[in-house]
Design a protein around this ligand. Structure first.
Ligand SMILES: [Zn+2]
Length: 466
């Protein structure tokens, strides 16, 4: 059925095309290669043939199915978004016999041993044919649209690159009429995450009723963060989430990225054993009456990463205002916030220490005058530079009069961090605000226990979804 590629023609290469790379690693997993260190480029002819046979068996098996509603119709259903107009889903499908369908699908997936006098558009070795939408996801975005050789319907591909594209769907989460592939330029990350996804997709295909339309809100982003969780080494590159459909009706390609520092921070923070209360409270801070905290956090990580830190501060501010003092989550959430601004946003430890020192001093002042509602006043002025400056100057007088200390309340360096024009001053003022809350919380000024809000917790990011 599947004519085996020749030994000289099987070579799989890692190219500059992210989706081909995902497919190449999916081939490695489909070949049953257990050695985690091996590259797709090391596949032997026999291993390559084995992977291709598995894929062909899956698509040929759809010939027996009456329609996409049948049990185990996963690949038939998915074929409309992956391989539209292919032999799997021809318009005359219903009028063909099962044997005819099998023959046609098998022929489509028979890799030609022909070598053309044209280089593969991706890796440069001799191509075996020209391929278009039936075999290659051609995204809607112009920069990701694959080049077309003039006079031909598609691009020249070698057997290895063509098989990589056929294997790509195994490395994707296929739900909601879209396929989502997680890519990284860190080959080790890509290898492990793709291997895991191939396992899950094959499980899904075995158990599925064929319905690939159902999906939770932002489930792809949540799954992507779950994928980071199990990776055990520091990440050398960020991750990109490719969400695409090749469907005739809704061709689409969206790419969302997490830069390396944030990807590494999330991996480390989410890692089993590392997950402290701080992260749990960050999930809680993202919780709304309409959206689970994990889901909103995963969305922000890919789409609005700058909101991750701001959401934590807004949460503490909201509760402090409502409760009249720092909530039970304060100390752990502030520690997590500090690690975030240090590791992801590049705030130095010295800058954090400087602001924390000022926060401690302000906290000391506030504790001497709790009855005067000074905390509430500080809450109101902390985000507005002019008001905060006036407030600090006023407090500096008190500080000098009341204390037998030689240092001023605010040093020149601290003043500069808070007010010198730049894109970080807002962040530094937020850091000051939560440092004050941290001081008060550590001195026993907690307004309540963090357990008061257990009902807002969810743990989607640490759960393995099958
Ligand atoms: Zn190639």
């Amino acid at each position: 059925m599947n004519s085996a590629p020749s030994a000289s023609g099987h070579g799989v290469r890692l190219t500059a095309h992210p989706l081909q790379r995902v497919g190449a690693y999916a081939l490695l997993a489909l070949a049953g290669v257990a050695d985690q260190q091996r590259s797709p480029e090391s596949l032997t002819a026999a291993e390559f043939k084995h992977a291709c046979r598995r894929m062909t068996a899956d698509v040929v098996a759809t010939a027996d199915l009456p329609d996409t509603k049948a049990p185990q119709a996963f690949w038939l259903s998915a074929s409309y978004l992956l391989w539209p107009n292919s032999k799997m889903n021809t318009t005359n499908r219903k009028s063909l016999s099962i044997a005819e369908r099998r023959t046609q699908i098998g022929r489509w997936r028979s890799y030609s041993a022909t070598v053309l006098d044209v280089p593969c558009a991706l890796c440069g070795v001799a191509a075996c044919g020209f391929y278009g939408k039936v075999d290659v996801p051609l995204g809607a975005s112009v920069e990701h649209r694959n080049t077309t050789v003039p006079g031909h319907e598609g691009m020249a591909l070698c057997v290895g690159c063509l098989a990589s594209f056929h294997a790509l769907p195994y490395g994707c989460s296929i739900r909601g009429g879209r396929a989502a592939a997680l890519h990284s330029w860190d080959d080790d990350v890509l290898a492990r995450m793709t291997r895991r996804q191939v396992h899950r997709t094959r499980q899904q295909a075995l158990m599925s009723t064929g319905d690939t339309t159902a999906t939770g809100r932002y489930s792809r982003e949540v799954e992507a963060l779950q994928g980071l969780r199990r990776y055990e080494h520091p990440m050398r590159a960020g991750v990109e989430l490719y969400v695409f459909s090749n469907s005739n009706k809704q061709q689409a390609l969206d790419v969302h990225s997490i830069e390396q520092p944030l990807a590494e921070w999330l991996r480390e923070t989410l890692h089993p054993g590392q997950l402290g209360s701080g992260f749990r409270y960050l999930v809680r801070a993202h919780h709304t009456s309409k959206t689970l905290g994990s889901v909103r956090l995963a969305y922000n990580a890919f789409h609005l990463p700058e909101r991750l830190a701001g959401t934590a501060v807004a949460y503490l501010a909201r509760l402090t205002d409502a409760l009249g003092g720092p909530p039970g989550e304060t100390v752990e959430l502030v520690a997590l916030y500090q690690s975030f601004v240090r590791e992801v946003l590049g705030v130095t430890q010295r800058e954090i220490d400087q602001i924390e020192q000022l926060g401690d001093r302000i906290g000391q002042l506030l504790r001497t005058r709790p009855e005067r509602g000074t905390l509430k006043e500080f809450e109101h002025v902390h985000s507005e530079p002019n008001k905060l400056q006036t407030w600090l100057k006023k407090q500096a007088v008190d500080w000098t009069l009341r204390r037998e200390v030689s240092e001023p309340l605010v040093s020149t360096e601290q003043w500069r961090l808070l007010f010198e024009p730049g894109d970080r001053v807002r962040l530094h003022r937020d850091l000051l605000f939560i440092s004050v809350l941290q001081h008060l919380a550590k001195q026993g000024w907690l307004a309540d226990a963090a357990t008061e809000r257990n009902d807002q917790d969810d743990n989607l990011l640490v759960e393995e979804r099958q």
